[in-house]
Design a protein around this ligand. Structure first.
Ligand code: ZL4
Ligand code: CA
Ligand code: ZN
Length: 401
């Protein structure tokens, strides 16, 4: 036996469609759907499918996506391809030093674009969204207590605009569905980037509290603001509306370590849950907050990233677990596999090495290609730690109410 068991007292479901894997945003674009292949193979390699219900996701329908997004934008996303994409109007670059030509809806076929139009893009978008909506439905029907979609969590997409590698905001769609049943939903975002799209969508809505932890500072080493440049401590929802005070932001300097992150995350999250008393939680688990990430600037280890998931799970509320960023693929797969194990109470059952006799065959799968099974790597490239302890303490104090 592999030692993997089903959790006692709760049901976990895993939602995925391998159709998302074959996509390429472009040769050197940091977003690699291939990381999802690695994650899937690690999860299967350890036998975690035996601990949960696994579902092949269907693509979302246009109607489902229209619950948040502009109908014209939805039509465009459904139809567009690199062959048919045209620059319909000139839109000046949004950021200084930005050389790419942008087309409609912040999309582009230029190689430097954050949100390129690529082959198979439409299929990819509606598949990751479909998986999130299927996971959400499991929570709504009570068939799952925890539902997981590692291909979702695309928190930057706006109502009628793509942004930061995100085209459809599956998180907003999920929360809108959850609001049909749950009076209050808490959204927690541990991606290294600010969850701006989700915050914006619910900035007037007291029934959703958004809480994002993210890299934030006046300027980074290159003289630019860390993307997307929003999420100040003082931003707490749209002033003058009933949504004010229902957005929380935890802006963090570069290089934060496990101990400091644990202190911030656990004290602030606990106070938010205590005060808000949510009836369901959506957790975006962006893995770009790990040390050694190609785009991130934190020094968090997989162990601490996973402890955030365990801390939220411990609250015993219906929980939707989503992916997000993560640009050093082997670490993304290690983290999300580890967190799948935590969700199913198998955290202690994963050996350091993948038991190779459990690897699905036939398969050109080796331990090496999919990470060496080392769950808690020591990261090589550390970021300079700019965290002033007094500032962290101040943030916790300020966010208490
Ligand atoms: C790339 O190498 O900060 C895109 C994007 C494409 C291919 C070759 C082109 C080289 C890094 C990023 C030129 C790249 C110029 N290629 C990219 C202001 C920017 C405009 C675009 O994790 N240039 C924009 C978005 C962020 C900006 C982060 C995080 C998503 C999430 C959830 C989104 N955008 C400056 C950068 C490359 C590229 C290399 C890149 N883009 C890094 N950071 C950004 O929160 C999924
Ligand atoms: Ca975040
Ligand atoms: Zn990110």
């Amino acid at each position: 036996s592999n030692g993997i068991t089903r959790p006692k007292g709760h049901t976990v479901s895993f939602h995925y469609n391998s159709g998302v894997e074959d996509m390429h945003f472009g040769k050197t674009h940091p977003m690699k759907p291939w990381r999802l292949t690695l994650t899937k193979h690690l999860v299967l390699g350890y036998g975690l499918q035996y601990a949960m219900d696994t579902y092949v996701a269907m693509p979302a329908s246009k109607d489902q996506v229209r619950a948040f997004h502009d109908p014209d934008y939805v039509d465009f996303l459904k139809e567009v391809s690199p062959q048919t994409f045209r620059y319909q109007r000139f839109i000046p670059p949004k950021h200084e030093g930005d050389t790419v030509d942008l087309g409609p809806f912040n999309l582009s076929t230029s190689p430097g674009a954050d949100c390129p139009v690529f082959d198979g893009m439409s299929e990819y978008l509606f598949l990751y969204t479909g998986a999130t909506l299927a996971a959400t439905n499991q929570l709504l029907t009570g068939q799952s207590d925890i539902a997981i979609n590692w291909s979702g969590g695309l928190h930057h997409a706006h109502k009628s605009e793509a942004s930061g590698f995100c085209y459809i905001n599956d998180i907003v769609l999920a929360i809108l569905d959850l609001l049909h049943l749950f009076p209050r939903v808490l959204y927690i975002d541990i991606d290294v980037h600010h969850g701006d799209g989700v915050e914006e969508a619910f900035q007037r809505q007291p029934r959703v509290m958004t809480l994002s932890y993210h890299r934030y500072g006046p300027y980074d080493e290159t003289g630019h603001k860390f993307f997307p440049g929003t999420g100040d401590l003082a931003d707490t929802g749209l002033k003058g509306t009933i949504g004010e005070h229902f957005a929380l932001n935890v802006p963090i300097p570069s290089g934060i370590d496990d101990r400091q992150y644990k202190y911030l995350f656990e004290s602030i999250t606990a106070r938010a849950i205590d005060a808000y008393k949510p009836k369901a939680i959506v957790l975006q688990c962006g893995a770009d907050s790990l040390g050694g990430d190609r785009l991130g600037q934190f020094n968090i280890n997989i162990k601490q990233h996973g402890e955030c998931v365990s801390f939220v799970k411990k609250q015993g509320l219906p929980l939707l677990i989503l992916g997000g960023g993560g640009y050093t693929a082997r670490n993304v797969a290690r983290a999300w596999c580890h967190e799948t194990a935590l969700a199913t109470d198998n955290g202690a059952n994963l050996p350091d090495r993948i038991p190779l006799d459990l690897v699905p065959r036939p398969q050109a799968f080796t331990g090496r290609a999919h990470g060496d099974g080392m769950l808690f790597p020591k990261f090589q490239r550390d970021h300079k730690n700019d965290c002033v302890e007094a500032d962290l303490e101040y943030m916790v104090k300020r966010l208490e109410w």
